[in-house]
Design a protein around this ligand. Structure first.
Ligand code: AQP
Length: 332
């Protein structure tokens, strides 16, 4: 599987229904990288269980996440798609990296502070999530990690742990690089443009889920909060809500933001939102046609093939790590 192209690794948690933020911030970038790189795209179910998931629903969410990858344009003939818990080397390497990471490293992680703050009790897994993410990335000797802005700090930690391991035990890991999109790396919540759009947000008005009924999604756009004033201009600091809607509009239909500003000069928020609502509706109708065309059996086959293809790469890295640590006795 490994060629001389750069290796790309990324994943999404099956912790709910994926939204337009996941699509514009991550998935479109994955699709663009497929031709120039060896791409590995994971459904990171062990990350999802860092907060309570409903066992009766989680399997469905895993299959649906793969269908969203496929509907977005991830092609299993070009890219490996697999489920994290199918490759036990992820959790084994995470344990080893836990012994390399420092409490001080994890205390710096802002996503843990944000996600943990609203909860009465927080799992050790949620705190340790960035170390598992480092293991995910480093197992495949990854060059590039395409992510949204919220994950950049976690990729930084993967780099730190890789450098520390290589320095203390000898060269094993490649040092990965986070890549984020110039635009769309942080799509904000429709109900609160100070916070990112998130599938675990308390209100469904925060996000446009990729499986939302198109008409209902259009209504969410009409209800989206706006800023004071009436001008439709891109100024994220002064006008975070309208700027977020402009970015979404621009990325969905390919018209650049300046053209949109010109088109809506002297027009009100109502007209702008009505047009965006139509864009979102049209996008979802087309997306969902593809999404609904995949069967569960097809998805299971893709996951099985993906795991089989990727297992030797993961095992090879883990073996090198164990060897450097001095614990590889029987099969050295
Ligand atoms: N709002 C966003 N804008 C742009 N990119 C985003 N991503 C997530 N939200 C936005 C990117 O999508 C990828 C997958 O993220 P994830 O599901 O693994 O975890 P997350 O970042 O924690 O996403 P959510 O939606 O907020 O999930 P929950 O609510 O379950 O925690 C990543 O590349 C991420 O950057």
């Amino acid at each position: 599987m490994i060629t001389n192209k750069p290796t790309v690794f990324s994943g999404i948690q099956p912790s709910g229904i994926l939204h337009v933020g996941n699509y514009l911030g991550a998935l479109t970038q994955w699709v663009d990288l497929q031709d120039q790189s060896d791409c590995i795209f994971c459904v990171v179910d062990y990350h999802a269980i860092t907060v309570r998931q409903e066992p009766a629903k989680l399997g469905r969410q895993i299959l649906d996440t793969v269908k969203i990858y496929l509907a977005s344009g991830i092609n299993p003939a070009k890219s490996v798609i697999f489920q994290q818990s199918d490759i036990s080397a992820h959790t084994e390497l995470a344990w080893i990296l836990n012994c390399i990471a420092r409490i001080a490293d994890l205390n710096k992680m802002t996503q843990f502070k944000e996600k943990g703050a609203s909860k009465e009790s927080v799992s050790v897994g949620l705190y340790d999530y960035p170390v598992l993410m480092a293991a995910d990335i480093l197992l495949y000797q990854t060059d590039i990690v395409p992510v949204g802005e919220d994950q950049v700090q976690h990729v930084e930690l993967a780099r730190t742990l890789a450098q520390r391991f290589n320095r203390d035990y000898g060269q094993v890991f490649k040092i990965p690089q986070a890549v984020i999109k110039k635009q769309g790396a942080r799509i904000m919540g429709l109900d609160d443009p100070a916070k990112k759009m998130s599938k675990s947000a308390s209100s469904p008005n925060n996000y446009i889920a990729l499986t939302d009924a198109p008409e209902a999604a259009a209504k969410k756009i009409m209800r989206a909060v706006t800023d004071s004033g009436s001008e439709i201009i891109y100024e994220p600091k002064k006008k975070p809500a309208i700027s977020n809607l402009l970015v979404t509009f621009s990325l969905l239909n390919g018209i650049n933001i300046h053209e949109l500003e010109t088109r809506y000069r002297n027009k009100g928020y109502g007209e702008f939102k009505k047009d965006l609502a139509q864009e979102v509706k049209a996008f979802l109708i087309e997306f969902q046609l593809k999404y609904n065309s995949f069967s569960d059996d097809e998805v299971k086959r893709i996951l099985q093939d993906g795991a089989a293809k990727i297992l030797p790469v993961a095992e090879q890295t883990l073996k090198k790590v164990k060897n450097k640590l001095g614990i590889l006795i029987l099969s050295s």
